[in-house]
Design a protein around this ligand. Structure first.
Ligand code: AMP
Ligand code: MG
Length: 257
């Protein structure tokens, strides 16, 4: 028996005894498992929820989204507490005037984005916050440490839209180097569907079906992120184990830049 086979059989045996959980899923074989006890793959989660320029269906045809709010909350999965928050308004360049529709939807006003920073500056500010909160808690993201590529903290969003579409497309279009930490994340909706065997139409419905009331203003990025964190805490109690569901560079060993 080679070492990989013997390791796999040991793991199978340990699973029979409920002693371990599968700790990592790549995009090719996303293995979602429920945690039978408090074991979680990640100690902390960084929940993000981007807001972007938008228009009514009739006027949005030729327009592209640009990020206008960039928030993140650091959730301690074992306590359910949000321990730190980051929020930055971002100045749109391609369509600098917010539509009335956008302000109504997100609550974000023209003055806030006019006083915002360009996206590359936002990345620098975010990185500063990120490094600080990770260092303080001895946290490391997946694929940033050779000795443990799983990591003990990961990004999470509701759907793949934020990091898989909005951020990626804007960086590509504007030729802005995208920080590699945004290459892999947990899509909470995927795990929600698996755990509850339900397909809610939107985030509001996902909360409602569990009897959770949205706190704050829907479509405010920071408030959305806080409520995703609340949902994740509840899902943890219901047995969810959060694993990476999307990895844009699954064959990279290390993700340091
Ligand atoms: P959300 O996280 O649901 O607040 O949505 C993120 C972004 O998606 C928003 O900032 C908008 O750019 C876009 N968006 C969300 N809902 C709508 C909608 N009903 N019509 C047009 N764009 C939307
Ligand atoms: Mg939002």
């Amino acid at each position: 028996m080679n070492s990989r086979n013997s390791r796999d059989s040991l793991l199978d045996f340990a699973r029979l005894l409920n002693a371990v959980e599968t700790v990592y899923a790549n995009s090719a074989s996303c293995r979602l498992q429920t945690a039978r006890h408090s074991t979680q793959t990640f100690r902390y989660i960084i929940v993000m929820d981007l807001e972007a320029t938008c228009w009514t269906k009739e006027t949005q045809k030729w327009k592209t989204h640009e990020i206008i709010e960039f928030p993140a909350v650091l959730l301690n999965l074992s306590s359910g507490q949000i321990e730190s928050e980051f929020q930055q308004y971002v100045m749109p360049i391609e369509n600098p005037r917010l539509s009335e529709f956008c302000t109504e939807l997100t609550g974000i006003r023209q003055q806030q984005v006019d006083a915002g920073v360009p996206l590359p500056t936002c990345f620098i500010l975010f990185n500063k916050w990120l490094n600080k909160v990770l260092l303080e808690r001895k946290l490391y993201l997946p694929k940033t440490e050779l000795r443990d590529k799983t990591g003990n903290v990961a990004f999470a969003t509701w759907t793949d839209w934020d990091l898989g579409s909005c951020l990626s497309k804007e960086c590509t279009r504007k030729r802005i180097p995208k920080p590699s930490c945004f290459d892999l994340w947990i899509d909470v909706r995927t795990i929600y569907r698996q755990l509850y065997q339900r397909r809610p139409a939107n985030f509001g419905e996902a909360l409602e079906s569990l009897g959770i009331r949205f706190e704050g203003r829907p479509h405010s990025g920071l408030h959305d992120a806080r409520n995703i964190a609340r949902l994740m805490t509840r899902m943890c109690k219901d047995g969810a184990n959060f694993v990476i569901t999307k990895d844009l560079k699954p064959f990279d060993v290390l993700n340091k830049k």
